[in-house]
Design a binder for this molecule. Structure first.
Ligand SMILES: Nc1ncnc2c1ncn2[C@@H]1O[C@H](COP(=O)(O)OP(=O)(O)O)[C@@H](O)[C@H]1O
Ligand SMILES: [Mg+2]
Length: 277
């Protein structure tokens, strides 16, 4: 696989807390290369550095030492402003506790990441609405998060994570607070997003979920213990529309959103209808 397919490259990443006697390492000399279209599951005991790793990859946190390249760009030392911009454009987050804003309707929660794109509000709400219908939540648009079940809230959170078409989805124990039926629905959605060529990095404690992954990484004490690819690089899903560039007409943008979020193939549509029954 060519270089351009590398989305994330970490070299010698170290995250240290404290100094001297209180010094501890959440990550230690961590190396990892992630290719476009991988679905990576990260496992490991509590405290081994999984959340720290995800937060650094998601530009929510910084390493103490080491290199981080995102789509080839050195992002280890970039400004807070630049990292916020990159994050909004390239990265979608899903958290264990959903992290929806309680006093905002679902629709506005999902539209939030688009605020940074400069799109007009009506267009943002339209995209959010399309994303919600993909997750069969169109009838819940005006509900508050507390009026939805856990599974529905997490699906709304996934809609929020993908509404800006970020290409990298980071999920920290997204099914940790869900029953098995809701977990399955959430995993099926992540699987569909992955099959469109997106890169997913997910932390989980549940070994049975690794069937969805193309690669399983076990961490121990801030380092990689085992790293197993279950799908060969050449068999990873190809991106459906990576060629989205800045200058595009409003109309074209809507079309793309429609294609990649709102309108699964006929086959898939039938399937999801069946699933709803
Ligand atoms: N703000 C912090 N200050 C000090 N230590 C921290 C901080 N955040 C995390 N840690 C430590 O870093 C280690 C890794 O934490 P974390 O990444 O949350 O682990 P995991 O997600 O695998 O449970 C833990 O030992 C934790 O106590
Ligand atoms: Mg954690």
């Amino acid at each position: 696989m060519e270089e351009k397919n590398i989305v994330i490259e970490l070299k010698g990443l170290t995250k240290r807390y404290g100094y001297g006697d209180t010094e501890s390492f959440a990550l230690k000399d961590f190396d990892l290369t992630i290719k476009r279209g991988e679905f990576i599951m990260i496992m490991g005991p509590s405290g081994c550095g999984k959340t720290t790793l995800l937060n650094i990859i998601g530009l929510l946190d910084r390493a103490t030492e080491g290199e981080y390249y995102l789509n080839g760009e050195d992002v280890a030392g970039i400004s807070a402003r630049r990292s916020a911009k990159l994050r909004a454009k390239k990265i979608g987050f899903v958290f264990q506790n959903f992290n929806l804003i309680e006093d905002l309707p679902i629709l506005e929660n999902v539209a939030l990441p688009l605020v940074y794109t400069g799109m007009p509000k009506t267009a943002r709400l339209k995209d959010a609405s399309n994303a919600l219908s993909r997750f069969r939540l169109q009838e819940k648009e005006y509900y508050l998060p507390s009026q939805l079940s856990g599974g529905q809230q997490q699906r709304a959170a996934i809609a929020r994570a993908i509404v800006g078409k970020p290409e990298i989805i980071l999920a920290d124990e997204p099914t940790g607070n869900l029953d098995s039926r809701s977990s399955k629905l959430v995993m099926d959605e992540l699987k569909a997003i992955h099959s469109e060529g997106n890169t997913i990095i997910m932390v989980t404690h549940n070994p049975s979920l690794t069937v969805y992954a193309t690669r399983v990484i076990n961490m121990l004490d801030g380092a990689i213990d085992t790293d197993i690819k279950t799908v060969a690089d050449q068999n990873l899903p190809q991106p459906i529309d990576v060629k989205i560039k800045k200058k595009k007409s409003e109309k074209k943008e809507k079309e793309e959103v429609f294609i990649s979020f709102a309108k699964p193939s006929k086959k898939k549509r039938k399937k999801s209808k069946r699933r709803r029954k």
